[in-house]
Design a protein around this ligand. Structure first.
Ligand SMILES: *Cc1c(COP(=O)(O)O)cnc(C)c1O
Length: 398
């Protein structure tokens, strides 16, 4: 079967280390491969499938939208953009949105906003503070902001203007920026998703917010993975009671339909004007409908509270099941963005789990990442733990 699946893609560039299965259909938190084998989905397309698969409210709405209008152009008004922008700004206490299609595009736009914000103030060489273990995307600008050498290396000179500091070390941040007149922004993930599920501490976020206010710097929150209810609040930074100047969204925003957004307020919302930025596909009617329906259904079905409840339950059950195993470090995360850290590299678990009927991922070599659809039930959470435990035991015993 392995050979069969690999041979099936001779024309696709080999940019991914893929598990040799091919998925064909899904229902709720379950998917089936081309051979009819069932998998429990604790990956949700990497925090994308907010509403799981084949959601009974989302699918008819998207079908109706496809029949009505998929795409026009930003030459014209797209009413769905205003609808979704209003929903996002109300829930974030911000004011304006730019729509794009992916996480890196949203971050690229945020970086452009920060740099132009600086240039408009007379700062010719604007610099942005970024973090160790950060992941912001794979365009030249966003991979320059990213920390992981595996992402950055091999493409020649990267974009300058990024100053890197350690997460949660306020003194180091002050030291690294002291007296530097070129700083225009601080950009961070509230919980580092690709970098090992490391959260920024609440007191750190609050201090950084105050520092940005005092210095006139923009605070940019990359909520591409942690946003859209994943942690039990609309946006993860809301746990710290702060509001950034710029926030980027993508993954979970369209429940699987590509939708990206940059949300801004105050001065940051005024930076981009006609001709400064754009996107052919950005904000098309299908994407907007996906975003609007995702938010509407999440609220109708109480999925924020559900993410907290099932997330806490899943963490408890993981702790209870794995706690005594030699080589288990900890379970951490918020809501349904959960990391299980081990003392050993466990990348092989992705394939082993698939074999055992469980979809998950591993980040920064030693952290199992669980970011299931927000509709996951407690019974399904129990099943995740039951399937995961023997795999963890095996990988740690090896
Ligand atoms: C996935 C991710 C991105 C990149 O999103 P793409 O849609 O793959 O471009 C950026 N930032 C964070 C925090 C992410 O998790």
């Amino acid at each position: 079967m392995t050979a069969h699946i690999e041979a099936a893609s001779p024309h696709v560039m080999p940019t991914y280390g893929r598990v040799p299965i091919a998925l064909e259909r899904g229902q709720g938190c379950r998917v089936w491969d081309v051979n009819g084998k069932e998998y429990l989905d604790a990956l949700g397309g990497i925090a994308v499938n907010t509403l799981g698969h084949n959601h009974p409210k989302l699918v008819p709405a998207l079908q109706a939208q496809i029949a009505q209008l998929i795409h026009v152009s930003n030459y014209y008004h797209v009413p769905g953009q205003e609808t979704l922008a209003q929903m996002l700004t109300e829930r974030s206490a911000m004011t304006n949105v730019f729509f794009c299609n992916t996480g890196l595009e949203a971050n690229e736009a945020a970086i452009k906003i920060a740099r132009k914000y600086g240039v408009d103030k007379g700062i010719e060489k604007p610099e942005i503070v970024v973090y160790d273990h950060a992941f912001h995307g794979r365009s030249i600008a966003t991979m320059s902001a990213t920390a992981n050498p595996k992402v950055r290396n091999g493409f020649g000179a990267l974009l300058g203007g990024f100053n890197r500091v350690s997460p949660n070390d306020y003194e180091a941040l002050v030291e690294a920026t002291e007296g530097n007149p070129n700083i225009v922004a601080i950009m961070m993930e509230p919980i580092q998703g690709e970098g090992g599920l490391h959260p920024m501490r609440v007191d750190y976020l609050q201090k950084v917010r105050a520092l940005c206010d005092a210095k006139g710097w923009l605070l940019i929150m990359d909520e591409v993975q942690a946003g859209m209810g994943r942690t039990g609040k609309w946006f993860a930074h809301q746990w710290a009671g702060i509001t950034p100047d710029v926030m980027t969204l993508a993954k979970g925003l369209g429940s699987g339909v590509p939708v990206g957004a940059v949300v801004a307020h105050k001065a940051a919302a005024q930076v981009l004007t006609a001709g400064n930025h754009g996107s052919t596909f950005g904000g098309n009617p299908l994407a907007m409908r996906a975003g609007v329906e995702t938010i509407r259904i999440m609220e109708e079905d109480g999925l924020l509270a559900h993410a907290t409840e099932v997330g806490d339950y899943l963490k408890q059950q993981l702790q209870a099941a794995l706690g005594g195993i030699e080589g288990f470090v900890e379970v951490r995360g918020q809501g349904l963005m959960i990391g299980v850290e081990l003392t050993k590299p466990c990348g092989a678990l992705i394939g082993q789990a698939a074999e055992a009927g469980l979809l998950l991922s591993v980040t920064s070599d030693t952290v199992i990442r669980l970011v299931p659809p927000l509709i996951i039930s407690k019974q399904e959470a129990d099943e995740v733990v039951a399937r995961l435990k023997p795999l963890v035991q095996t990988v740690l015993a090896a």
